[in-house]
Design a protein around this ligand. Sequence first.
Ligand SMILES: C[S@@+](CC[C@H](N)C(=O)[O-])C[C@H]1O[C@@H](n2cnc3c(N)ncnc32)[C@H](O)[C@@H]1O
Length: 234
Amino acid sequence: MNWKEANAYLNAYDKIQAQSQRYKYLLEQHLKALSLYTSILDFGAGTGNLAVELLKKGKQVTVIEPNKIALDILKRKCLHFRANLVSYRGDDNRLEEFPPNSFDAITSSLVLPFPRDIPRHIANLKRVIKPGGILCISAWAYREDIEEGAINKLEAELKEKKLLEPENPNNVIREWDTILQGAHSLTATILERKLSRESLEQLLKTNEFSVAVEESAYKEYAYFLTAKSEKSKT
Ligand SMILES: C[S@@+](CC[C@H](N)C(=O)[O-])C[C@H]1O[C@@H](n2cnc3c(N)ncnc32)[C@H](O)[C@@H]1O
């Protein structure tokens, strides 16, 4: 994608997600799980829809996000709260530069399974989270029908609100086309990574997290779990 395409995609992402009850509910689940913590890392923060809500609640937020255009949108969205925001462009390489025990909590919403080396990623999260801290993950499920699962319900919501009708002056037809074009490569990556909920849970347990799974608004298509970092036995 060139700059123009990526910018159109990310603006469409925000406009479409603003109509999605599932997404709204998922962000609320993250916010609820993080309510008791102060210093929070939002990994793969995207355009900042969760980060801005955390900032509104007075949290100190650090974001790591590889996509420069997303990060620019995020910074604009969070401008009013910039005193409590630290932002980095990057991925696991950036995470490895943080000292141990840097954060009370870490949140990762709809980012997994995109990091290429998931065992390395979880080990990195373990290192930078404080003992007793919480890791809050919503992750796309590894399912053959993930593309339909991610798309169909959202399309039905848009149709119900008459947002895909050309006569509606507020229609989101152009944005929805943009999302559909991008969805294919995202779902191809999900299928390539083959990260099941069970294998992620196992990986978290190996890294001394105790895991609790909650039902998510995306049902079987994206799961939600919280993982508490236990004190290391070594
Ligand atoms: C579906 S978006 C979710 C964005 C945001 N967390 C949200 O809930 O709206 C996935 C995000 O993961 C980011 N991402 C992809 N690969 C990543 C990696 N290896 N490390 C960190 N972030 C990554 C993308 O740039 C994108 O912003």
